[in-house]
Design a binder for this molecule. Structure first.
Ligand code: HEM
Length: 413
């Protein structure tokens, strides 16, 4: 058992904690690296905060992603999973299932969602980025969450999936509902998820009859040893690609810009490098922003299906385990000067995209969007600055993600 100090653990999940959770995570890593706590929802769960334990837990087959393995208590309260998901029957997606089903579905989606498809998408991402910047560039001020970081990934994923342009604003509204209420009251979210589900089912139907070059047609076409995705599986897959690829990317752009605006020396170095047409610092820089203040604070739920021990602490069967990526990625046992932002950091095996069989399938797209978004903004609006005191900014209160509600900036038009 790790040494337990006399002083109690720092308060978790308060507003101060949301603004800067890193000191509390440092305390946990040091004094209670595998820590059982009661979450704001009332569910008890284990937090895993050291890098070595986090990486091991992410790859441990005894930790299931299937909420059916959750112990009685939380099952009764129904407080696990994506809000509204139960009602909309989208449970069979990658983040909720284990092998062998996970292996089969992941293999099928990998055939359609290839690195090549993402690479070919680069000009479109650039075009979307420029179009969004055009919409506020003459004004001299903007809220970069609402006007930039939020719409970019929605339009990008809709385009990639093959959602027609005229329907994409519906997705923007539904996603807005989901992000506003994520982790909070359910009514509106459940409705938004339900509408999205109905829409996706119809779209899949249409694409089956009249396939195109898009990802949904690719998902329908993908086959493995003669096996295909069922319509329900294809809808759940499209939904999880949207859901997992949306708020995460909003936060990569939002947290990344916020960090850069607060670190002028590092930012100047990056801007000069981009102006010289180099891509290396941009690439290592996005990885470092993922490590330093990444979009996913806690990996999604896992449940012990057999007795196991993490970092010397026994975890009972049925208990939820939350791997704190944000804590692991600041672990001094793994990273040199972990609390220092170093955009040129080379040895950077951060866990921002997870690890093991659930490793982020959208990482190439996220990197592309993050790099294009940051490079284009810093080039087109070079004197971009925060139009608020850092302490005034509000962070979203959700459990899994870490991101700003708004990011007001000013610049020379
Ligand atoms: C899984 C992070 C963008 C689709 C994950 C996981 C993490 C993550 C940490 C693993 C969760 C766990 O093991 O509990 C991120 C970050 C992103 C990002 C930080 C942006 C910066 C995207 C994008 C897409 C996407 C753009 C798709 C369009 C997925 C999917 C999974 C996943 C489908 C589940 C994979 C599986 O279970 O096999 N992501 N993600 N993500 N991500 Fe991402």
């Amino acid at each position: 058992m790790p040494h337990q100090p006399d002083s109690p653990p720092p308060p978790l999940f308060t507003w101060e904690f949301a603004a800067d959770p890193y000191p509390a995570y440092a305390w946990l890593r040091e004094h209670a690296p595998v820590h059982r706590t009661t979450l704001p929802s009332g569910v008890d769960a284990w937090l895993v905060t050291r890098y070595v334990d986090a990486r091991q837990a992410l790859a441990d087959a005894r930790l299931s992603k299937n909420p059916a393995h959750h112990s009685e208590q939380a099952h009764r309260t129904g407080r696990v999973g994506i809000p509204g998901e139960r009602q909309a029957d989208l449970m069979t997606h990658l983040l909720n299932i284990d092998p062998p089903d996970h292996t089969r579905l992941r293999r099928l989606v990998s055939k359609a969602f290839t690195p090549r498809r993402v690479a070919e998408f680069e000009p479109r991402v650039q075009q979307l980025t420029d179009r969004l910047i055009d919409s506020f560039a003459a004004r001299g001020s903007a809220d970069l969450i609402h006007e930039f970081a939020f719409p970019l990934p929605i339009y990008a994923i809709c385009d990639l999936l093959g959602v027609p342009a005229e329907d994409q604003d519906d997705f923007r509204d539904w996603a807005g509902m989901m992000i506003r209420h994520g982790g909070g009251p359910r009514g509106g979210v459940a409705r938004a998820v339900k509408r999205m589900r109905t829409y996706l089912a119809e779209l899949i139907h249409r694409k089956r009859a009249d396939p195109g070059d898009d990802l949904i047609s690719g998902l329908i076409r993908a086959s493995d040893h003669g096996e295909h995705l069922t319509e329900n599986e294809a809808a759940a897959m499209a939904f999880i690609l949207l859901f997992a690829g949306f708020e995460t990317t909003v936060n990569l752009i939002g947290n990344g810009l916020y960090t850069l605006m607060n670190q002028p020396a590092q930012r100047a170095r990056l801007q000069e490098s981009i102006a010289r047409g180099e891509s290396e610092l941009l690439a290592t820089g996005v990885e470092e922003l993922l490590r330093y203040d990444g979009p996913v604070e806690l990996a999604t739920w896992r449940f012990a299906t057999a007795p196991l021990s993490i970092g010397g602490v026994d975890i009972p069967v049925g208990d939820p385990v939350l791997v704190v990526l944000a804590a692991a990625d600041r672990d001094p046992a793994k990273f040199d000067q972990p609390d220092t932002l170093d955009l040129a950091r080379r040895d950077n095996p951060h866990l921002g995209f997870g690890h093991g069989i659930h490793y982020c399938i959208g990482a190439p797209l996220a990197r592309l969007e993050g790099q294009r978004a940051l490079a284009t903004l810093l080039t087109r609006l070079p004197d971009l600055q925060l139009a608020a005191e850092p302490g005034e900014l509000r962070w979203r209160g959700g459990l899994i993600m870490r991101g700003l509600r708004e990011l007001p900036v000013s610049f020379t038009p």
